[in-house]
Design a protein around this ligand. Structure first.
Ligand code: AMP
Ligand code: MN
Ligand code: MN
Ligand code: MN
Length: 276
């Protein structure tokens, strides 16, 4: 049995480890195929590739792109992308720019709630230019404003809460087109984590499939057996390939581990069937 994990983060987005460290950990956990998929950036992949070559691990070049669908934010993972593709990079640059604008707005919102110098404090936590809501969350825990990440997202950083700023990501069809322009496959990440009813998720899948989506994550690090069965049926229904990934971030309290995934039921129609 090959161990395949196609969804992981480094500190180039909101993961804890460097690209080299995640690649070494993936090898240690027995991974045969591993994708680094940071949020809206491919900047960690050069370092990851160098390390993967040194220790002999098959690295898939990935990226987890934020996207809008019916005014909701969803995540579309690009797998096997050419990181030098100008269409993809122009799109990601647009998202990186929005992240900086959004971070300033979030910091202002938090200032209104009595959390001062939020921007400086958050920037100090981030290891790169990329600022995610996770960094703001870490800052609020570190400052003693909240006791853990869960309560941060409940009290701040969402909807009309202080620090909540609406997404202004590219539409899903554009994002899928960027990934395809870069020669990659587009996969809907963690379909059951969007706070939507199953009916809405199916509508989402049907929109995305119509725009050329290639696959959906059937198995994630936090999936239950019932969830896997459900999504594997949706994959068949919408004629999508099946992907799997832990969504490892390396946070101390995160239960998921790289490569530790339940079995994929759709073994004939995996996203990697033509790679190996
Ligand atoms: P961003 O892309 O900057 O909006 O940040 C989204 C990231 O925040 C996700 O990829 C998760 O890693 C993290 N996140 C979102 N909601 C929660 C939550 N309720 N608890 C913990 N982390 C969350
Ligand atoms: Mn994340
Ligand atoms: Mn995600
Ligand atoms: Mn992720």
């Amino acid at each position: 049995m090959m161990i395949i994990d196609l969804h992981n983060h480094s500190y180039y987005s909101d993961g804890v480890l460097s690209p080299s460290e995640v690649v070494r950990l993936a090898k240690k956990e027995g991974c045969d195929v591993f994708a680094l998929t940071d949020h809206d950036t491919t900047d960690g992949l050069a370092e990851a590739q160098q390390q993967a070559d040194e220790i002999g691990l098959k690295l898939v070049h990935g990226v987890e792109v934020s996207a809008m669908c019916s005014k909701m934010t969803v995540h579309i993972v690009g797998l096997g992308v050419d990181i030098n593709n100008t269409t993809l990079q122009a799109g990601l640059k647009q998202h990186q720019k929005f992240r900086r604008v959004r971070a300033e707005k979030m910091a202002r919102g938090l200032g209104g709630a009595g959390v001062f110098n939020a921007m400086e404090k958050t920037q100090a936590i981030a290891k790169t230019d990329m600022i995610t809501r996770t960094h703001f969350a870490q800052m609020l825990v570190q400052e003693g404003v909240c006791k853990d990440m869960r309560s941060v997202f409940k009290r701040f950083l969402t909807g009309k809460k202080p620090g909540g700023v609406g997404g202004k990501w590219a539409e899903y069809d554009e994002v899928i087109a960027w990934i395809h322009a870069a020669g990659g496959q587009a996969v809907l990440a963690h379909p059951l984590r969007y706070r939507m009813t199953n009916t809405k998720v199916k509508r989402l899948l049907s929109h995305l499939a119509g725009a050329g989506l290639d696959g959906v994550e059937v198995v994630t690090g936090s999936s239950s057996a019932d969830e896997i069965t459900l999504v594997s049926q949706w994959a068949k229904e919408f004629k999508l390939l099946s992907s799997q990934g832990s969504d490892y971030h390396g946070w101390p309290n995160q239960r998921v581990a790289i490569g530790k995934l339940m079995e994929m039921p759709n073994s004939e129609t995996t996203i990697w069937r033509d790679w190996l």
